[in-house]
Design a protein around this ligand. Structure first.
Ligand SMILES: CC(C)(COP(=O)(O)OP(=O)(O)OC[C@H]1O[C@@H](n2cnc3c(N)ncnc32)[C@H](O)[C@@H]1OP(=O)(O)O)[C@@H](O)C(=O)NCCC(=O)NCCS
Length: 175
């Protein structure tokens, strides 16, 4: 699947959205490393997500480079939900609506379009991410509930912020 979001204009390349593939795993790992905000997981985990959950993961490409991504899965214990694991956009590509469009396209995917809820967790200090999910819910006219999820104590060590669950929906089948 390949969806062109932006036609090339002077000074900017086209942004293409497509399903993630195993060949994207290393680029996702690098983008997360360079974000200095997202939790950096093992390279293997990004390969596995792209390889085994590629029907629920998207990348945004600009001039052949990965400029953004969303990784997600359908939780086995909540079949009406799509759970967003991470979303990230390279620093130089931010502020162009890429993350918002990644979420919109995600819930339209064949593997997600029957989902009634989109869930994710966000640390309370991540204003950009809070704004992203609030804006997504507004555009869809969906509810947006935020509640505690993982406490500090759940994490090893004591340098991790708590993670709050953002639950957005109900999503309409036409989303
Ligand atoms: C969060 C992130 C993915 C947003 O990507 P983006 O492509 O720049 O976001 P968009 O342009 O689609 O903006 C979506 C909404 O979020 C808002 N937003 C984006 N960055 C923001 C910021 N730094 N502060 C406040 N609001 C912000 C936008 O104004 C927009 O809201 P609007 O539709 O009401 O105008 C990007 O900043 C990023 O990768 N950050 C580091 C990683 C991260 O924190 N990921 C999320 C945790 S899972």
């Amino acid at each position: 699947m390949s969806i062109v979001l932006e036609e090339p204009t002077a000074g900017t390349g086209a942004i293409t959205l497509r399903l993630a593939e195993v060949g994207d795993g290393a680029a996702l790992w690098r983008l997360v490393r360079d974000s200095r905000v997202l939790d950096l997981n093992s390279p293997y985990s990004y390969l596995l997500l792209c390889h085994k959950f590629g029907d629920t993961c998207l990348v945004a490409e600009s001039e052949g480079e990965v400029a953004g991504f969303v990784t997600a899965f359908r939780p086995p214990d909540a079949p009406d939900t799509v759970f967003v694991w991470q979303v990230g956009v390279a620093a130089q590509a931010r502020g162009r609506g890429i993350a918002g469009r990644l979420l919109e396209r995600l819930v339209e995917l064949p593997a997600c379009r029957d989902a009634r809820w989109l869930e994710t967790t966000v640390t309370p200090d991540n204003a950009a991410s809070e704004a992203l999910f609030a804006s997504f819910a507004r555009r869809l006219g969906a509810g947006h509930d935020v509640r505690p999820y993982f406490d500090r104590d759940h994490f090893p060590g004591d340098d991790h912020q708590p993670e709050r669950l953002h639950r957005i929906g109900p999503l309409s089948p036409a989303s």
